[in-house]
Design a protein around this ligand. Structure first.
Ligand code: 5GP
Ligand code: MN
Length: 339
């Protein structure tokens, strides 16, 4: 972010403002952690501030500080619309294009509020007056830490803010193991622990709240795993029926795709999950090294994300989607084997 932008934003935030903070649809740990971390920071300046999520998120995020204040646009539309209309500043966090907010997009596009983007996804759109985009960052939570630091307010990060930011860095880095984790990430994490983030407790709250059904669903997922060694690719399917068999709850499939990527010699992994309600197949893609699942998803599955983690969707049924996926792979054979 430019020095002048920081100076301007600092001036802007000197007097109380009406502020809305928005994460992407189907928010994850980084989206909820970064929005709540920024929310708690802005409260210290007596702004009227609210986090509005496009829709609900998994229960394993619902212990986070001030989480109960988050509005959900899809079920609290009227209250959300009013706040968006009245907002003087709208922060958009952890996404790069307004359509990532789903049904909230028109309200956000119409708003005349000053927009500030903080995000680490590739190819950011140009809708914000101030754009803090850095695709080399581990997470938006790490960026919110740097943002507060650039505003010369690192000393305002208290235990609750530290807890929120720690959570998103942890979830977006696969607990500090993905290549996006840098020495700076670890320094930020160390400072967040110093400021009161209880690392072991946070880890427990996110990862050790499995239901019996979720573990059984994982068993089903692993038995559906298919390997295509000539493309160094592995993929998993989950039908709606299989989800129903194990009483699927939002978030239950989080991280499942990583099991496919953990196979020896596999550098490209995908999971295809049937969603009969939305009538789509939701796709998560992961890779190792230079093979860009962001490019792959943009080209074939109307999605995007990062080089090594992206999402997308398909409007055809599960079988056809898999057929399409397999038919595309030959054109990537070289890229997949040149790693
Ligand atoms: P996931 O597979 O966990 O849903 O998403 C992986 C990454 O890709 C996340 O950073 C997520 O924000 C991003 N992502 C997921 N779905 C989409 C999509 O449809 N479009 C874009 N641009 N990014 C996505
Ligand atoms: Mn993120």
């Amino acid at each position: 972010m430019k020095k002048q932008d920081i100076t301007d934003i600092k001036t802007l935030l000197q007097s109380p403002k009406k502020i809305v903070i928005v994460p992407h649809k189907n928010p994850d740990g980084d989206a909820i952690g970064s929005t709540l971390g920024l929310y708690l920071y802005l409260l210290k300046y007596h702004h009227e501030v609210r986090v509005i999520a496009p829709n609900d998120y998994p229960d394993f995020l619902k212990w986070m500080p001030s989480e109960a204040t988050v509005l959900k646009y899809d079920t609290q539309t009227e209250a959300s619309e009013t706040l968006i209309q009245q907002a003087e500043i709208i922060f958009t966090l952890d996404f790069n294009a307004l359509n990532r907010t789903g049904d909230m997009e028109p309200a956000l596009a119409k708003s005349e509020a000053i927009k500030i983007m903080i995000d680490h996804h590739q190819q950011p759109d140009d809708y914000a007056l101030y754009t803090y985009s850095d695709v080399s960052m581990s997470s938006t939570c790490e960026m919110v830490y740097h943002f507060i630091d650039m505003l010369a307010d690192a000393n305002k990060i208290d235990a609750d803010i530290a807890t929120c930011l720690y959570t998103g860095i942890m979830t977006d880095t696969g607990s500090f193991r993905f290549s996006s984790t840098t020495a700076t990430t670890h320094k930020v994490i160390a400072d967040l622990i110093d400021k009161g983030a209880e690392n072991a407790e946070i880890h427990n709250a996110i990862y050790d709240t499995n239901s019996y059904n979720r573990l059984q669903l994982l068993g089903c997922t692993l038995s559906n795993l298919k390997v295509l060694p000539e493309y160094r690719t592995a993929y998993i399917t989950l039908s709606q029926q299989e989800l129903n068999n194990f009483d699927y709850k939002k978030g239950d499939t989080e991280g499942f795709v990583n099991y496919a990527l953990s196979l020896q010699n596999i550098i490209f992994a995908a999971i295809f999950i049937e969603d009969q309600k939305q009538n789509i197949i939701k796709i998560s893609l992961r890779s190792k090294g230079d093979f860009s699942v962001n490019e792959f998803s943009r080209a074939h599955f109307s999605g995007g994300g990062h080089t090594n983690a992206a999402g997308g969707k398909s409007d055809t049924d599960l079988n056809e989607t898999i057929e399409k996926f397999i038919s595309i792979l030959p054109s990537y054979k070289k890229a997949l084997n040149n790693e």
